[in-house]
Ligand binder design. Structure first.
Ligand SMILES: [Zn+2]
Length: 98
């Protein structure tokens, strides 16, 4: 994942990031080029967290065979959830923290 800095438009390499900050589910990073703090768009971050939770919940339901008649539905829902989370991780827009 190489986010683009909304401030200086440089691609940010994960290994160049020196400062990070975790606020709940929100993950903030400092741009190594211009020292601006950026984070993933809040709405996207929430959808991403929801997608991951969806996978977790549906996996647990399947592991414990709860409502096993719906296991295919759970698997599909879980897959869609993690797929959306991955899309957001790779293509999600970052924004400056003001
Ligand atoms: Zn920057």
């Amino acid at each position: 994942m190489k986010p683009t800095c909304p401030s200086c438009q440089n691609k940010i390499n994960n290994r160049d990031i020196k400062n990070t900050n975790k606020k709940g589910i929100f993950f903030e990073v400092e741009c190594p080029s211009c020292q601006t703090w950026i984070r993933l768009n809040k709405t996207l971050e929430i959808i991403k967290a929801a997608g991951i939770s969806l996978l977790l919940i549906t996996s647990l339901l399947n592991i414990f065979s709860i409502k096993s008649e719906y296991s295919l539905v759970f698997s599909t829902v879980g897959f869609v959830g993690i797929f959306i989370a991955m899309l957001i991780t790779f293509f999600g827009k970052h924004e400056e923290i003001k």
